[in-house]
Write a protein that binds this ligand. Structure first.
Ligand SMILES: [Zn+2]
Length: 267
């Protein structure tokens, strides 16, 4: 069964559940690609035309999937992870990086299992047991952030882009980044000078922020400046990504994010 996922973390989830019965194409899988400015080529169109299941993030993140689907008149089932999350209430501040939200990923595991089992009922038992194993691993991530909450809730943190926002929420960390800063970086716009100054001030001391999360996939002059200031001021910088680092599956990736945040908070 052929599956197309817009980003590699969703592809990884499908591979874990489908095993050898699925052929997964993850459109955005290179660590140096910025998903927000991705332009699909002809291979993506070809893969989508053959897909029997399509997984998109939604929330304006990977609109190219819907554009191609409608031009191809695709009738393959689609899982829109933002819709599945139930987290989008139409607020302008909605954080579309739902792959850092473990309750959403648990819903995704269930949904993928259902679609795979209904498409290939003969392998339903394998899908069920793989999904159960993955669910356990994601619940373990949740338990770990829950345990961190006791020690670190209320600690102020900052990020160059809201990438790890849901992870921070789960630990109870308080994001103090000016929204004008993170929105501009995410949208690839110039950061307003006042927001840049506030941000530079914030990352100049560990008493104002305990760590800075830096999106390694979005290059911006201002984000780079802030990262340098944090490093020079002894504020730990935690690199985060929007797709899987090479050689990692979803759970390994999130475990390493948790480990890096924990290490930074303990410093
Ligand atoms: Zn992003």
């Amino acid at each position: 069964m052929r599956v197309v996922a817009s980003v590699s973390e969703y592809g990884s989830i499908v591979e874990s559940i489908g095993g050898r019965y699925v052929q997964v194409t993850s459109v955005i899988a290179k660590p140096d690609q910025d998903p927000h400015s991705y332009q699909p080529g002809a291979q993506v169109q070809l893969a989508l035309s053959k897909a029997q299941l399509i997984i998109e993030n939604g929330g304006g993140y990977d609109t190219f999937i819907d554009t191609l689907r409608s031009s191809l008149h695709s009738s393959a089932p689609v899982i829109n992870v933002v819709q599945l999350s139930g987290l989008d209430h139409g607020s302008a501040d909605f954080n579309e990086h739902v792959f850092y939200n473990y309750p959403t990923m648990l819903k995704l595991v269930d949904r993928v299992e259902q679609v795979l089992a209904s498409t290939e009922p003969t392998h339903a038992a394998a899908f069920r047991s793989n999904a159960a194993a993955l669910t356990k691993q994601i619940q373990h991530l949740e338990a770990e952030t829950g345990a961190m909450h006791a020690s670190f809730h209320g600690d102020p943190v900052a990020y160059t882009e809201p990438v790890p926002g849901y992870l921070f929420d789960a630990i109870g960390l308080v994001n103090v980044t000016p929204t004008a800063f993170s929105h501009a970086v995410e949208d690839g716009n110039d950061v307003p000078p006042a927001a840049l100054n506030t941000m530079l001030h914030l990352v100049s001391s560990r008493s104002t922020v305990r760590l800075l999360a830096y999106n390694e996939q979005a290059s911006s002059v201002e984000a780079e400046l802030v990262k340098k200031r944090a490093a020079a001021s002894g504020v730990p910088v935690v690199g985060v990504t929007e797709t899987l680092p090479v050689g990692m599956n979803y759970v390994e990736w999130q475990q390493s994010n948790i480990d890096h945040v924990k290490e930074a908070l303990h410093q």
